[in-house]
Design a protein around this ligand. Structure first.
Ligand code: AMP
Length: 177
């Protein structure tokens, strides 16, 4: 089975979760499938090759599903992993960035001393929706001196125009829906 077919079969859409009006794209069944997890990594590597994201020093993943696929990708590439977490989870000195959600705001944080200045970092998340989360994460990496090479996502919700909020950041998604 091709990865595209696997993605189609194993990714499920949950209507009205976590709130009314949201169609939640659940990648957990895909990740629970050994071929699915392996396929995610090779699809993301394919995206990196296509986009010319090379000579990478680290992968940064956004909490929480970006941790799973981002660390699998980092392991496959033989590079380190940087966690971008929700506020209050990381000890020590952190940089924080607030961003807007559909209702209210949220904050992401990264520890200050994880990447060397100028390190080439690829950002990873499962879904690109409005782009606010990825924009905050990219700003954090920038603030700690990393060079954000681009963003890789498994799914891009094209109708939400997340790309428009991420001008200047190269984006490659495995699938647009
Ligand atoms: P956004 O900031 O609007 O681009 O939202 C992206 C973040 O929210 C990612 O970390 C996703 O995991 C999560 N997210 C947003 N919309 C969805 C959705 N429809 N299904 C699954 N995850 C979503």
């Amino acid at each position: 089975m091709s990865f595209d077919e696997l993605l189609h079969r194993r990714m499920r859409t949950i209507d009205n979760w976590p709130m009314q009006g949201v169609q939640f794209r659940d990648i957990m069944p895909l990740l629970a499938d050994p071929e699915g997890l392996r396929g995610c990594v090779s699809a993301m590597r394919g995206c990196m090759a296509l986009a010319g994201f090379d000579d990478i020093h680290a992968v940064a993943g956004i909490e929480a599903r970006g941790f799973i696929i981002g660390s699998a990708l980092a392991h496959d590439l033989g590079v380190g992993f940087v966690a971008i977490r929700k506020a209050g989870k990381l000890p020590g000195e952190v940089v924080a960035q607030a961003y807007e959600l559909e209702y209210g705001t949220a904050t992401l944080e990264v520890q200050k001393d994880l990447v060397q200045v100028g390190a080439r970092v690829v950002l990873v998340d499962d879904v690109l929706a409005t782009g606010g989360t990825a924009r905050a994460a990219a700003a954090l990496l920038d603030a700690v001196g990393a060079q954000v090479v681009g963003l890789i996502t498994l799914l891009e919700l094209a109708a939400l125009n997340g790309r428009d909020r991420l001008e200047g950041l190269p984006i490659e998604s495995v699938r647009q829906i």
